[in-house]
Design a protein around this ligand. Structure first.
Ligand code: ATP
Ligand code: MG
Length: 607
């Protein structure tokens, strides 16, 4: 698979904004469609009125400076997740690569569920991912509810042209009369009403004269269509609800399938990209666009809908509703819990915009549903952090190692200076400094009283190197009354310190990491694991809560080298031999350092 190899970034460099367009991008069916449209000049005659609007508004404007227009249209009813990141990278990425513009549009036509908290979080997420909706002096940030007036006008036009009628059947009658795959639908007794009657009724609906659910406006298409979506779909319903933008102005609201194509057309969108579930809606999308362009309400040529496979990622759920349940049932600490597949959660876990962009690019876009393994996402993070993260030593499960001959060899109370590169591939970044002394912390798993086969680290009689320090020879350990190891004992071998002449005269098979007791910093480390044990937690209607991993968080007190006293929130590190960690953006401070495990050094899950 072709993908981008990350360029080494300088230490502490600010992450680049949206990844620069590459010379050769892997093609996909959407790129091919856009390239064909550009070659055929399909959209070359379009005008842009400077803001969304109807045909007359755009006709009065200049030729559209954007070669294509795409949009990312979230419903502001939750925090965005990794699936949305795919859609954001796709839509904004295509616009960027083809001289176009991508709009951020809040699809807020459903009055009940929206919230400004979500609106703000979506704005932050798109910006953080490195994208911008400002182009040609316009901030293309829109909300669909601003188009309610036009949608109402479009509905009246359809009624007057004989393409829509008010149906007073009950919801149940409508459902039964719609038929099914084997059975054509049955015409509503209200289908033959005159446009004048329908218009009067529709205005009564608008004017609060009918009960919620007592009637709907339906498009008049074909009750025998093999596509059930064309069997006179409902386009407006009565719903007395206060809308966060329009308040109580409306008691009728457009249905999504009617609203969405109109939103696209008003914004001069050319390529309207959505997920595969909407494929069967495309004929209605086209029908509506034909009616409203032939009526002169919307400019031609209208936008077209294209469908791609949504992201299904193993070991997570990607549905705002299910993610909300995890939050409200306190299964996680919030939308930004580092185990959540939300963009805020991934960010807090240590993911960077570059890692998510790389992921979106690597998984590509296809027309058939499939599952992407979670390790693909982790691989992208590991790859980005390997070239950028500052190195540090950390001991996550500490036990004390005592160098029994330190006082004779080095002098009682002496601390010796050690150093290590900040990044092994970037010597220009300089070195980190720390001490070694008589006592150092090592990881408990680096000592075995009786070593299993192939164990090269500390056991009685074996020599190992303390990384960046000396070679030592293990002599045993001390234990408490319960048999728990309290100290590991070793002697230092003189003249073996890393970087000094002749230091490699003594050969060893094992190198271990450590932190001096004298200058090690105690810190909280949150060892995260996957949130679900089940690869497909919600497949087949399963109760996804039952697939939660009970051990997805373990909090430990670790010791880290003193250079980490200066760690800033959000800064990423490689704890040598352990993995990549990030200073927690919420809880970390200089006085109470907190690090999150972002991803291990190797893909070890399930192995
Ligand atoms: P959810 O079920 O999580 O609420 P949604 O599709 O209803 O998801 P929207 O806010 O309506 O969420 O989606 C905004 C855009 O993001 C849509 O264009 C949708 O196609 C896209 N999108 C949502 N989920 C995914 C996914 N898993 N993979 C790719 N694109 C997605
Ligand atoms: Mg939705």
């Amino acid at each position: 698979m072709s993908h981008r190899t990350p360029a080494p970034a300088p230490h502490n460099a600010k992450p680049a904004k949206a990844a620069a367009p590459e010379a050769v991008k892997p093609s996909n069916f959407l790129r091919q469609i856009i390239e064909q449209d550009l070659a055929k000049a399909t959209y070359a005659t379009r005008h842009w009125g400077g803001s969304p609007g109807d045909a007359a508004h755009h006709a009065a404007g200049q030729p559209d400076p954007a070669k294509i227009r795409t949009r990312f249209p979230p419903e502001p009813n939750g925090y965005l997740h990794i699936g949305h990141a795919k859609s954001i990278c796709l839509n904004f990425g295509l616009a960027r690569d083809y001289g176009g513009v991508c709009h951020l549009r809040f699809d807020d036509t459903n009055p009940e569920k929206e919230d400004v908290e979500y609106v703000n979080s979506i704005i932050d997420a798109v910006k953080w991912l490195g994208f911008d909706w400002t182009a040609n002096g316009n901030a293309h940030l829109y909300q669909a509810s601003d188009y309610f007036d036009f949608m109402y006008r479009a509905a009246e036009y359809l009624i007057e042209a004989g393409h829509a009628y008010v149906d007073e059947q009950t919801v149940e009658q409508i459902r039964i009369n719609r038929g099914d795959f084997g059975k054509p639908g049955v015409d509503s007794p209200f289908r033959a009403r005159t446009p004048a009657e329908n218009l009067a009724r529709f205005r009564e609906m608008r004017d609060h004269q009918h009960e919620d659910g007592s009637m709907v406006l339906r498009a008049k298409i074909d009750m025998a269509s093999p596509n059930i979506n064309l069997r006179d779909p409902a386009i407006y319903r009565i719903r007395r609800a206060t809308h966060h933008n329009t308040g109580d102005k409306w008691c009728i609201y457009p249905m999504y399938t009617f609203a969405h194509p109109i939103e696209d057309a008003l914004e001069n969108i050319t390529h309207s990209i959505c997920t595969l579930e909407f494929e069967d809606q495309r004929p209605f999308y086209d029908w509506l666009m034909e009616r409203l362009t032939e009526g002169g309400l919307l400019s031609a040529p209208p936008p077209h809908q294209y469908e791609f496979a949504r992201l299904n990622l193993t070991y997570v759920v990607t549905s705002k509703r299910k993610l909300a349940q995890l939050v409200y049932d306190h299964k996680v600490s919030g939308w930004d819990d580092p185990r959540m597949p939300t963009i805020v959660g991934l960010r807090r876990r240590g993911y960077t915009p570059e890692a998510l962009q790389l992921f979106a690019e690597r998984i590509g876009v296809t027309k058939s549903d499939s599952w992407i393994d979670y390790s693909t996402l982790e691989g992208c993070l590991r790859e980005m952090l390997d070239s950028t993260a500052t190195r540090a030593m950390a001991v996550l499960d500490p036990v004390k190692l005592v160098l029994t001959n330190w006082d004779e060899v080095m002098g009682a109370g002496t601390l010796d200076d050690c150093s290590a590169p900040i990044h092994p591939h970037h010597p220009e970044l300089g070195k980190r400094a720390f001490k070694i002394g008589k006592e150092v912390w090592i990881d408990r798993t680096d000592f075995e009283e009786t070593p299993p086969k192939g164990f090269f680290r500390l056991f009685p009689g074996n020599k190992v190197r303390l990384k960046y320090g000396h070679v030592i020879e293990c002599s045993g350990c001390t234990k408490d009354a319960d048999g728990k190891i309290t100290e590991v004992l070793a002697s230092l071998i003189p003249d073996t310190k890393s970087g000094t002449p002749g230091s490699d005269a003594v050969k060893v098979k094992g190198v271990i990491t450590w932190v001096a007791v004298a200058d090690g910093l105690p810190v909280e480390v949150r060892m995260y694991d996957r949130l679900f044990i089940e690869a497909q937690p919600d497949a087949g209607g399963k109760d996804f809560i039952e697939g939660l991993n009970p051990n997805s968080l373990k909090v430990v007190t670790a010791f880290v080298e003193p250079s980490l006293v200066a760690a800033k929130a959000d800064e990423k590190f490689q704890f040598e031999r352990h993995g990549y960690f990030v200073a927690d953006r919420v809880d970390h401070s200089g006085t109470k350092p907190v690090f999150n495990l972002a991803v291990g050094l190797k893909d070890s899950w399930g192995k």
